[in-house]
Design a protein around this ligand. Structure first.
Ligand code: ASP
Ligand code: MG
Length: 308
């Protein structure tokens, strides 16, 4: 089966979580062709947003403090997740290069004392740029070939509506399917950063908060995958937000239309545009004992795994 597997930030919150993700991916990769989509780890996107607020207030001290915390966290995770010296060195080199790009950007913005919509997207896209390396090199550590790709590198092309961009599906399909096929041909698992792509001028764009779900369905549509699994730390789609409603129930199966409705009416669980790119009928909540929560599965309308 061709599968797109998306892991949210809470599934990547600790060293152990990321190691578990690598194990899950590794075992599924024996029988399936996989594209992995990752969010930023845990609350990193929130911290990047905080940085943008601090820059506007010209608060250099706290900006640098948060920046240092982000940097330290990723480096620390890296040395725990990857212990093979050679692989660890490549990972640390990759992180260092991404982190110094982030630092340069932040220092530039501090000098200007302003954050435009365009630089804001560039800034908040860094969470996924960093998390994909941890997951991808985590796979290499357990002897799986893998490569990290940002949304831009994967070939996701969008309009220039910063903060709430939409993919240009025709261009994206051509670029992305080629990138992914080349990676598949090398027997390698692509780990793609969710949430962001780039416009036709190469500027980084984002899809809005929670946009990694959207990245997963965009990719699934472009490579014609059989299923999409949205892995989550909650038990799939619920009748209500369990944080607020006592006795909220797990929906074992809901229709595609119901899923769209739920996403549109603010079920925070899933990005509102998630269902646009794909004609998948079923959305099922699966329990995943190997994982803390469960997964929401989108199945293709015709053929593939069959009805639920
Ligand atoms: N990291 C982004 C956010 O926190 C995208 C996502 O997690 O889906 O909104
Ligand atoms: Mg989410």
């Amino acid at each position: 089966m061709k599968l797109v597997l998306k892991f949210g930030g809470t599934s990547l919150a600790s060293v152990k979580d990321i190691q578990n993700v690598a194990k899950t991916v590794s075992s599924l990769s024996n029988d399936n062709k996989l594209v992995i989509v990752c969010s930023a780890i845990d609350d990193i996107t929130d911290q990047l947003i905080q940085i943008s607020e601090l820059i506007k207030k010209e608060n250099k001290k706290d900006t640098n403090r948060i920046l240092a915390r982000i940097s330290q966290k990723h480096k620390q995770f890296a040395t725990h997740i990857v212990t093979d010296p050679k692989i660890q060195k490549s990972l640390l080199d990759k992180l260092k290069s991404d982190l110094s790009e982030l630092e340069e950007l932040v220092h530039g913005l501090l000098l200007l004392g302003e954050v435009t919509p365009r630089s804001y997207d560039y800034l908040i896209s860094f969470g996924e740029r960093l998390s994909i390396s941890l997951v991808s090199f985590g796979l290499q550590q357990i002897k799986k070939r893998s490569v990290p790709l940002s949304g831009k590198q994967a070939g996701i092309v969008t309009d220039s509506n910063f903060g709430e961009s939409r993919p240009l599906m025709d261009t994206t399909k051509i670029r992305l399917s080629k990138t992914i096929q080349d990676v598949f041909d090398k027997n390698t698992i692509p780990v793609v950063g969710g949430f962001a792509g780039a416009d036709q001028h190469g500027n980084i764009t984002t899809f809005g908060r929670g946009g990694s779900d959207y990245t997963a369905t965009i990719i699934a549509s472009c490579i014609n995958s059989d299923e999409i699994w949205l892995m989550s730390d909650v038990d799939g789609m619920m009748t209500a937000d369990p944080k607020f409603v006592k006795g909220a129930k797990l929906l074992k199966e809901i229709s595609y239309a119901e899923a769209i409705e739920m996403a549109l009416f603010g079920a925070k669980q899933i990005h509102p545009r998630t269902f646009e790119p794909v004609s998948y009928t079923h959305l099922r909540a699966h329990e995943t004992p190997e994982h803390r929560g469960s997964r929401v599965v989108l199945e293709k309308k015709n053929g593939g795994g069959g009805g639920g």
